[in-house]
Ligand binder design. Structure first.
Ligand code: SF4
Length: 317
C-alpha cells in the first residue's frame, strides 16, 4: 500500500497556499499576506522554520514503532499557553529557516534512517509549506504515514482539505471550558473550535489501526494534558469523547505537566499533577468504558521537558 500520492499532495498544497494569503490557515484568520512575508498572530514567516527534525522515541508506542517518530518541530504557534511545555519553540526563540526543498530532503533522510512516519508538530500555521515539501519528497520516493500533531485549534476548512493526505491525527484536547483557554492560552473559542475539528478528524480516519509491526498507519489519538486543579476539565473531556465520538477512540492521558514558562504567575497552575488526581481519572476512564487509553507513569514528569537549546533536545530518548 502506498501512503503518499505526490500529485494529490501537490493539489492540496496549492489550496493551502491560497489559504495562506490572506491567511486563514488557522481559526485566528489574521488575513495577512504570508507569501510576501507579513506576520500574523502566530509570528511565522514565509519560509518553513523548525527547531529540530529527529527520530523521536518518546511518543506513544504506535507512533514510535521500530525507528522512532519522524518529528518535525515547527517553530511558533497559534496559541499562547502560559504553561507551554515547548515554549522555546512556540515563541520562536530557537529555530532555523529552511527552504521547502531542504525540508523535503530532511523528510527523505528520516525515511532513510528508518523513521516510522513523518510527524509535523504544531503544523497548522506552516501547513502550506509542509505540504509543498511533502509533495517534493513524495516525488523523490518518500512513502511514510503522515501524523498530524496539533493543538486541536485547527481550522475546519483546512482540515477538510487534508482528507486522504493525513493518516494519523494526533490532536490535543486541552480544555472543556473556553473561559479556561481564554485565561491560560489566549484563546477565547478553543472548545468551540477544537471539538468540531476533532470530530472531523475522526470522521476522516476513524479508530487507530496498526500494521504488523505495531506501527500506527491510520486513526485518531487524542492527547489530553492534565493540568492541576482540573483546569483542563479532564473528567468532562473524557465523557465528551465517549458520548460524541466513541468509547473506542485512542486517548493519551498525559501526566507530565510541569509548571514552567509563565505558570508561576498563576498559583493554581504552579504545581504538578498529583498521583491521586491522575489515578482517579485513569479509574474513571475504565469505569465509563473508554477502551483505548494510553497511561503514563508519574515518574515521567521528570523526564519530558525538552530543551531545544541542546543539540539533542530529548536527551532521554
Ligand atoms: S496561521 Fe498565523 S497568520 Fe495565519 S491565521 Fe493563524 S495565527 Fe494568523
Amino acid at each position: 500500500m502506498r501512503f503518499l500520492d505526490p500529485t494529490k499532495i501537490a493539489e492540496v498544497a496549492a489550496k493551502f497556499m491560497e489559504l495562506s494569503s490572506p491567511c486563514r490557515l488557522c481559526p485566528r484568520k489574521c488575513m495577512v499576506d504570508r507569501i510576501s512575508g507579513q506576520i500574523g498572530y502566530c509570528g511565522a514567516g514565509s519560509l518553513p522554520s523548525h527547531s529540530g527534525i529527529l527520530q523521536h522515541f518518546g511518543e506513544e508506542p504506535p507512533l514510535v514503532g521500530i525507528g522512532g517518530a519522524g518529528t518535525i518541530f515547527f517553530t511558533h504557534c497559534n496559541m499562547q499557553c502560559v504553561y507551554c511545555q515547548n515554549f522555546q519553540i512556540s515563541r520562536g526563540e530557537c529555530g532555523e529557516f529552511v527552504t521547502v526543498e531542504e525540508l523535503a530532503n530532511e523528510m527523505l533522510k528520516l525515511q532513510l534512517f528508518g523513521a516510522s512516519n513523518i510527524e509535523p508538530v504544531s503544523p497548522a500555521h506552516q501547513m502550506h509549506l509542509f505540504l509543498e515539501a511533502l509533495s517534493i519528497a513524495a516525488r523523490k520516493g518518500l512513502d511514510l504515514p503522515v501524523v498530524y500533531n496539533s493543538s486541536g485549534y485547527d481550522s475546519l476548512e483546512a482540515l477538510k482539505l487534508l482528507r486522504g493526505i493525513v493518516h494519523v491525527y494526533l490532536p490535543d484536547l486541552k480544555y472543556a471550558d473556553s473561559r479556561m483557554s481564554a485565561k491560560y492560552s489566549d484563546c477565547e473559542d478553543y472548545v468551540e473550535v477544537a471539538r468540531p475539528a476533532i470530530r472531523e478528524m475522526y470522521d476522516q480516519v476513524g479508530d487507530l489501526e496498526l500494521d504488523s509491526n505495531g506501527r500506527a498507519v491510520r486513526g485518531l489519538i487524542i492527547r489530553h494534558l492534565m493540568l492541576p486543579n482540573d483546569i483542563s476539565g479532564t473528567v468532562e473531556t473524557m465523557y465528551w469523547i465517549r458520548d460524541n465520538l466513541s468509547s473506542t477512540v485512542a486517548i493519551s492521558l498525559m501526566a507530565q505537566y510541569s509548571p514552567i514558562y509563565e505558570a508561576w504567575k498563576f498559583p493554581e497552575l504552579n504545581r504538578r499533577v498529583r498521583a491521586s488526581e491522575y489515578n482517579k481519572v485513569v479509574d474513571l476512564c475504565w469505569d465509563i468504558g473508554l477502551e483505548n487509553v494510553f497511561v503514563q507513569e508519574l515518574e515521567s514528569q521528570d523526564l519530558c521537558i525538552p530543551d531545544f537549546r541542546n543539540e539533542k533536545p530529548f536527551s532521554w530518548d
